[in-house]
Design a protein. Structure first.
Length: 123
């Protein structure tokens, strides 16, 4: 469902995100009332192959720059080694299935990501 339909159905309190794969899709989601977009896949990943080739950090930077104050979350192949690149490219954050799947190591992963984000570079 489009963000405007979700907003009408669920009201202003619901935080709405939209999965996007291009600058045009991200702009449309923003214009239709999404609170943030997920953009990707940024890097190669099995779980996102059906959505096409990785967009890369350059495209992530383009989307983040074009939408300025609108949160863009990087998704697709994000690891501890490349998450900092996403933040440096302007992403407001990262989303990653594999990176956050180990419940016992989750605190360490989050601490590393926060530290990298504060330093402005990958761990």
């Amino acid at each position: 469902m489009s963000p405007d339909v979700v907003r009408k159905s669920c009201g202003p309190e619901l935080l709405i995100g939209a999965s996007t794969h291009s600058l045009n899709e991200a702009r449309l989601a923003s214009d239709m009332g999404a609170d943030f977009v997920l953009f990707g896949p940024v890097f190669e990943t099995e779980s996102k192959r059906e959505y096409g080739a990785p967009q890369g950090v350059r495209k992530l930077r383009e989307v983040s720059s074009a939408l300025k104050e609108f949160p863009v979350i990087a998704i697709g192949g994000v690891t501890l080694q490349n998450a900092g690149e996403c933040i440096k490219a302007g992403a407001a954050g990262v989303a990653a299935i594999s990176l956050f799947s180990d419940a016992q190591g989750l605190k360490s992963v989050v601490d590393t990501l926060v530290g990298a984000s504060l330093r402005g570079h990958p761990s």
